[in-house]
Design a protein around this ligand. Structure first.
Ligand SMILES: [Zn+2]
Length: 245
């Protein structure tokens, strides 16, 4: 199994990093975890054909994780993709379909079948991929309640099982504690270092994880403790590098 980080930037656009997106390949299967703005161009740079992807997983609906989805679908539609595509969404899939309709993008016109599914159904379709809900969006509870909104505060981490171990992509987190059980025994974790407190990242080195890859920027509190990011345990995400598990 291999993972290629197409985008490792935070939600603040930068000139030297792309927005969140990771390509994972395993035994002839290819999936994309998150679709930050520009992910289609990144796929083209890696010479990915419109038919290669089997599934797309959107961990949560912040723009830096979902904004590239619409161009990805337009590309596959106009490029004449024929293979079915499985799209796993964190909550309210029908709202995403409504957004596609606003953009005059109608799945009925696609030359391929688009299966729109809830993230909780992942393992039914891909037995080597699982997900767990995280605490990333819980801070919105008050505003959602106050305005009687339908947001469900769903944000997911994903686990990919390879022949030689598991890889977890945490996506965005408030704490790493919320995925403590999920990452037990994994080989590699690509973890959000931009949101959690320094302590939440530094404690990962006691978890017996072979490779801890820090993505999505470095939080201010971790910046002040950068000298504690022991190179034996931590590495900064490198876009285009192939991480093999
Ligand atoms: Zn983000």
């Amino acid at each position: 199994m291999e993972a290629i980080i197409l985008g490792s930037g935070s939600g603040v656009p930068q000139t030297d990093r792309h927005l969140s997106s990771i390509l994972i390949r395993k035994e002839g299967s290819s999936v994309l975890a998150d679709c930050g703005d520009g992910c289609t161009k990144r796929l083209l740079e890696h010479k990915i054909s419109p038919d290669e992807l089997d599934a797309v997983f959107i961990t949560h609906y912040h723009p830096d994780h979902v904004s590239g989805l619409f161009m990805l679908l337009q590309w596959q539609y106009l490029a004449g993709r024929t293979k079915p595509l499985y799209l796993f969404l964190p909550e309210r899939p029908s709202v995403i379909m409504d957004i596609l309709h606003i953009m005059y993008t109608f799945s009925e016109k696609f030359p391929f079948k688009l299966h729109v599914l809830d993230m909780e159904q992942t393992e039914l379709y891909f037995d080597w991929i699982s997900s767990t809900n995280t605490d990333h969006l819980y801070g919105y509870a008050n505003i959602i309640r106050e305005h009687s909104l339908h947001n469900q505060m769903k944000s997911y981490s994903l686990k990919f099982t390879g022949d030689n171990g598991d890889l977890v992509y945490s996506s965005d987190l408030e704490t790493t504690d919320c995925i403590a059980e999920f990452i037990t025994g994994v080989d590699t974790i690509i973890v959000d270092a931009g949101h959690p407190d320094a302590e939440q990242i530094l404690k990962l080195k006691y978890r017996d994880i072979r490779r801890i890859v820090l993505t999505h920027g470095i939080s201010p509190s971790l910046q002040t403790r950068r000298d504690e990011l022991d190179k034996d345990y931590f590495e900064l995400a490198r876009e285009d590098c192939v991480y093999v598990v």
